[in-house]
Design a protein. Sequence first.
Length: 212
Amino acid sequence: MKRIVILISGRGSNMEAIQKACVAEGWPASVVAVISNRPQAGGLAWAQAQGIAAVGLDHRAHADRAAFDAALAEEIDRHQPDLVVLAGFMRILTPEFVARYAGRLLNIHPSLLPSFGGLHTHERALQAGCKFAGATVHFVTPELDHGPIVIQAAVPVRQGDTPDTLAERILRCEHVIYPRAVRWFVEDRLEVDAAGVVRHLDGAEQWLFDPR
């Protein structure tokens, strides 16, 4: 059984989607801990109600980013994870932290990477006149919002969309593709080739299009 640790900063809706899919679909894995850099994050209470270890580790209590990342890694390692999942974890990680979990650290970003890394992705997609927007699950590398792409989802940009309406439709897709990517990882169905391209060993489609 693979052991999954999930990092959140807020309500943790992707964390919920992953945990629910893990249980409902009988993955060979379990979510063993949820950790937040914000002790009052709503997702911690939900995780605790599911019987999952829920830990608040306030980044403001540490001298700098490196000190917090060291404390975070110590807490993560107590749970002996096979996979660390960033689910709305709003912290830029140090290269040392990323290297520690290289190959077993996943993130979801609300854009079709490599476009619109960073913040305000929906607003920037609308300003650029994009006809499609979406989300990307990828392995984490030291470069922000960069790394081998596992799966992407796309939605059409509609006339009259606002950042909020676009975000709502994309989040619905996130709740589908992130559990799918995590399941593929824990079932050992992913490989990364020499060019850094992620392939599913059984040829499963690594994209989702939601026309709604």
